[in-house]
Design a protein around this ligand. Structure first.
Ligand SMILES: [Zn+2]
Length: 430
């Protein structure tokens, strides 16, 4: 299949790119004598607006200058021409599962109960590389789904230059109410769950503190799930539990993300001032207004699930509902962070979420912001990433075409730089 051949090429390119990185290892760079690189794309989207004819100068790990004159005084600099390309901040994937692979390859239950930690970590190193080469230089990983604290160590492996990958924000095991999650076998069997159980404010306090102690950058709670005698999702944690969770996590500077699709789960999460609501499939105008009031951001994960994008039946009742809910969120002015739930579908295809948001009514420029400057604010990383601006980390991506006009160009990545290191360049450079 063409897609598989493409993947093979991409992996080979990644291995070549990774060689200098791994052989040198991470080294502290002295900004005074750091290498200087000049990027000359056709235009620069700085995270907010488009600028024709701008260049970007990179010194060491950081952006040194941006603008029409940034290419001046380039003696000794490496110049990379990116003709016809649009340069943007590295993209952010706001909801990933680097320790899962596509459900079309193996069901969630099979992965969690039959694939061991070593195997899953080996796969995850490939997932991280594919994600980086697809232009995503930061991921917020929302739960290892039975793979313990492996996200923390994968995050550190990337940081230490052992493997190529995006910046990883880890949330470790995620937290569920007892009885609400999976896998489920016969009732007589108590089997390890895909997330950590906690109940009541004391138990939640202990588990949140324990996960933070083991390296969590974010806390993920499941505010509802498919459980109980009735069909569909039903709330799990009480309003009191959610409030306590936010209080405990935020004491350590750790934000809380809540998986919730039901209006009641969303209402409890919004009132608890959680940082983000994940999915929100049954959001109503009233709930979205409440989220705006409480400064909660929304990660809609429109393309979550095993199915291909675009869907075979775009006008099915389920897809029409999804579209209507997304429009209600847009109309209410909720802050939206790009996030796809990748891992349920193949890593490296994260760009499809941006296409989906545009297909469901968001403007392409707003979609690119939701994966750059807006995402950085929601993740509280705006002083480090998310804009093409002097002083920030040099996480930069170029696309053939202009994604702020034609979102499908996010699939045509021609250049990827993270922390000033080039990981991908296609038909450019001198
Ligand atoms: Zn998820």
């Amino acid at each position: 299949m063409p897609r598989m051949r493409q993947t093979g090429l991409t992996l080979a390119a990644a291995l070549l790119c990774a060689i200098p990185l791994t052989s040198q290892g991470p080294r502290p760079r002295d900004q005074a004598d750091a290498a200087v690189t000049i990027l000359k794309p056709a235009r620069v989207f700085d995270g907010d607006a488009m600028h024709e004819g701008w260049s970007v100068r990179i010194k060491g790990e950081r952006i040194d200058a941006v603008g029409p004159d940034a290419a001046a005084a380039a003696a000794g600099a490496t110049v990379i021409d990116l003709p016809g390309a649009t340069l943007t901040p590295g993209l952010v994937e706001g909801h990933s599962h680097i320790l899962l692979h596509a459900y079309s390859e193996a069901s969630w239950e099979s992965q969690v109960s039959k694939e061991g930690l070593g195997l899953r970590v080996a796969r995850a190193t490939n997932h991280l590389r594919s994600t980086l080469l697809a232009g995503f230089t930061t991921v917020r990983d929302l739960g290892t789904e039975g793979a313990g604290y492996a996200d923390v160590e994968l995050r550190d492996a990337v940081r230490q230059g052992i493997i190529p990958g995006p910046r990883v924000l880890a949330s470790t095991r995620a937290i569920v109410a007892t009885g609400s999650y999976q896998p489920r076998f016969v009732p007589e069997w108590s089997v390890p769950q895909g997330a950590e159980e906690a109940d009541g404010v004391d138990s939640l306090t202990r588990v949140i503190r324990d996960q933070i102690g083991r390296g969590a950058d974010w806390i993920k709670l499941y505010g509802d799930y498919r459980w109980g005698p009735l069909p569909g999702s039903h709330p799990t944690f009480t309003a009191e539990e959610m409030k306590r969770a936010v209080e405990v996590a935020e004491s350590a500077g750790v934000p809380v993300a809540v998986h919730t699709s039901t209006p009641e789960g969303m209402r409890r999460a919004a009132l608890a001032n959680v940082a983000t609501i994940e999915h929100g499939n049954e959001g109503t105008p009233e709930i979205f207004r409440l989220m705006v009031e409480h400064h909660g951001a929304w990660c809609p994960t429109l393309t979550a699930g095993a199915g291909p994008w675009p869907p075979a039946e775009p006008n099915s009742p389920a897809n029409q509902r999804r579209k209507a809910v997304f429009k209600a969120g847009l109309d209410a002015g909720v802050t939206i962070i790009n996030g796809s739930d990748v891992g349920t579908f193949p890593h490296g295809e994260e760009g499809r979420e941006l296409e989906a948001m545009v297909a469901y009514g968001m403007s392409p420029v707003a979609a690119v912001r939701s994966a750059t400057s807006t995402a950085a604010k929601v993740l509280r990383l705006e002083t480090q990433i998310g804009q093409v601006k002097a002083g920030l980390f040099a996480d930069l991506v170029a696309f053939d075409g202009d994604p702020t006009k034609d979102i499908s160009s996010v699939r045509r990545v021609t250049f990827v730089m993270k922390n000033g290191t080039v990981y991908r360049t296609v038909g450019a450079g001198r």
